[in-house]
Design a protein around this ligand. Structure first.
Ligand code: COA
Length: 178
């Protein structure tokens, strides 16, 4: 199992992975939606505003995560983890958690302050995420499930209060994802 930082050249592999994983877990409509999202994100990977990590087994991409920057005018680095996928036949073996931990460590090396995500607290709490109040860090768009707004500090310091509304990358600027 090898972890890698991925670039735009992996766009097709990423679209196919996310489409098949989300079609299996959430149905065809969600598979197409998240497949398209991952393709758009992949085509704009710059390893700064959009960062992508992958896990390979025998040169086949079996899992991937994206981190995208939330922009504040305050000088603080906050990245959002989404989406995440591990291929159906490899799920439940610790691959997703290991990949996320690899990504979080890469962000720590880059002096990122906070990682946030939006998803199932029962899964993300296994890798250090906790409920995040919008009094500390606001979501870029209105949340349909506020209990899914999660965060973790990557500095050892408590998550700071940022009294400002963030801007997400344009690919996520659609209420359908929130
Ligand atoms: C969620 C996902 C990335 C986890 O990767 P994984 O390699 O299967 O996960 P791991 O083996 O590292 O961890 C498994 C643990 O997470 C839990 N888990 C896995 N998928 C879960 C989900 N969708 N919701 C809640 N818990 C989940 C398992 O119960 C397991 O818990 P345990 O270790 O206490 O038994 C993967 O299952 C996946 O791609 N699912 C479909 C797409 C998806 O839901 N993505 C996340 C939303 S963006």
């Amino acid at each position: 199992m090898i972890h890698r930082i991925l670039d735009k050249s992996k766009q097709k592999e990423l679209e196919s992975l996310f489409t098949s994983v989300f079609t299996s877990s959430e149905g065809e409509k969600e598979g197409i939606l998240i497949g398209k999202l991952s393709s758009q994100l992949a085509s704009n990977i710059d390893n700064n505003e959009i960062i992508c990590f992958g896990v390979y087994e025998n040169e086949t991409l079996i899992g991937s995560i994206f981190f995208t920057r939330l922009i504040f005018s305050t000088p603080i680095q906050v990245y959002m983890l989404a989406p995440v996928a591990v291929s159906a036949e490899h799920q439940g073996k610790g691959i997703g958690q290991a990949l996320i931990n690899y990504g979080l460590n890469e962000l720590k090396k880059r002096s990122v302050n906070v990682a946030v995500t939006y998803g199932d607290p029962s899964f993300y709490s296994k890798i250090g995420f906790q409920a995040l109040s919008e009094n500390l860090i606001q979501a870029p768009l209105k949340l349909s499930m506020p209990f899914g707004w999660l965060g973790q500090s990557l500095t050892g310091e408590p998550i700071p209060t940022i009294n400002e509304h963030p801007v997400c990358v344009k690919e996520f600027n659609d209420p359908v994802y929130w």
